[in-house]
Design a protein around this ligand. Structure first.
Ligand code: LCS
Length: 388
């Protein structure tokens, strides 16, 4: 089946009891055993079945299987948030005395997790520019147990060559984990480029409507079983209702993404020609340093973009405070257009030197382009830019 058919039908069938097309929301904490012996068998995993929603739930499992299928992975597991998906992945793969190599440009919350919390567990973290593939090779040592990247990266839209990283990870015999939140499996499927694990903040495009928090990890069945074994004790599960909302959101993933992408391209082109704009960051622009790689590993360039203004931070603040249709808010991937200032908001966990190293300029403004009419969005940005 084609991807746009998969998002609607893949792995989903009318429910057996009443033939409902929309999957039932199994809004329950616990599941009754047939008798005491069956309960014991389920706990020993001699028999398959649900016990307690922290361990598994039919609505949540349906979503995890669906995302796995869309990402060309064997299996998946749902988490309470994107960060919880990343934390659990790390804890399952890396232990005290070992280390992680991560690209330096990642979501500010993930950066704080890796910089401040993971080291408390005795796990070392090296942040490097993963587009420097020779350096990447050298920085991965015997102690390294995970290579972590985001591409396109939050917030600068830096593009990393997934195949090149996968090749290095394979040589070093470590897994490559790609945060695919910005691209979604519709635009990019890292496992098809050699990655081993894919994580998502489902809060973003997978849900798509800005009404839930969720995270997903997909990968090989054997890894997802190990992950589940740990995650069930860490208590990082999501809720059946959230899972249902994400399932509903996924049905329109391709139509939403097509609109996000075409709108973003139009806005990037508009900004490129604007006299107040210093630089536009969008991987679909030919002068973007990652354009060729993005064209190879993505089917379209996504709905996220950013720009630096000639007037720097003050000009950026003026624009954000002047928009009327766009909303000044963090998060991304919603049907609504959201605008924010990474240095003081999503990436305020980075020091000034760390921001500088990653090219997150003090005046950089990030836009999550929604699915509104692009002319209305351009008009809104035009009037806001005129206020500088
Ligand atoms: N990975 C990426 C690429 C993200 O952008 C985010 C959140 C996360 C993981 C964490 O997911 P969560 O736990 O929030 O579900 N990014 C945000 C952002 O840019 N603004 O607000 C949240």
């Amino acid at each position: 089946m084609h991807f746009d058919t998969e998002v609607v039908h893949g792995g989903q069938h009318p429910d057996k009891l009443h033939r409902a097309i929309s999957p039932p929301i199994y809004q329950t904490s616990t599941f009754a055993f047939e008798d005491a012996d069956q309960g014991a068998r389920l706990f020993k995993r001699e028999e398959k079945g649900h016990i307690y929603t922290r361990l598994s739930n039919p609505t949540i499992d349906l979503l995890a299987r669906k995302v796995a299928r869309l990402e060309s992975a064997e299996a998946g597991l749902l988490f309470s948030s994107g960060l919880s998906a990343i934390f659990n992945t790390i804890v399952t793969l890396v232990k005290s005395g070992e280390e992680i190599v991560s690209d330096d440009t990642i979501y500010g919350g993930t950066f704080a997790l890796l910089k401040n919390i993971i080291p408390r567990l005795g796990i070392g973290v090296k942040f490097i520019d993963a587009t420097d593939y020779d350096r990447l090779k050298n920085e991965i040592t015997e102690k390294t147990k995970l290579l972590f990247i985001e591409t396109p990266a939050n917030p600068t839209l830096k593009i990393i060559d997934i195949s090149a990283c996968a090749e290095i990870a394979k040589q070093k015999k470590i897994p490559l984990c790609v945060d695919n939140t910005f691209a979604t499996p519709y635009l990019q499927r890292p496992i098809e480029h050699g990655a081993n694990i894919v994580v998502h903040s489902a809060t973003k495009y997978l849900g798509g409507h800005g009404d839930i928090i969720g995270g997903v990890v997909v990968g090989a069945k054997e890894f997802i079983e190990r992950l589940w074994d740990d995650a069930k004790e860490i208590g990082a599960c999501n809720s059946p209702f959230n899972a249902w909302l994400i399932l509903r959101g996924l049905k329109t993933l391709t139509v939403r993404m097509d609109k996000h992408c075409s709108n973003a391209m139009k806005i990037a082109e508009f900004l490129t020609g604007h006299p107040q704009v210093e630089r536009v960051y969008y991987p679909g622009l030919k002068d973007h340093p990652g354009f060729d790689i993005a064209r190879r590993q993505m089917s379209q360039f996504g709905g996220m973009l950013g720009f630096d203004l000639k007037g720097g931070k003050e000009a950026g603040k003026r624009v954000m405070n002047s928009v009327k249709l766009c909303t000044i808010a963090v998060s991304l991937g919603d049907v609504d257009t959201l605008i924010e200032h990474p240095a003081s908001m999503t990436h305020s966990t980075y020091s000034d030197e760390e921001l500088k190293k990653c090219g997150i300029n003090p005046g950089y403004v990030r836009v999550s382009v929604g699915i509104e009419n692009p002319d209305d969005l351009i008009d809104d940005l035009k009037q806001a830019l005129a206020k500088i």
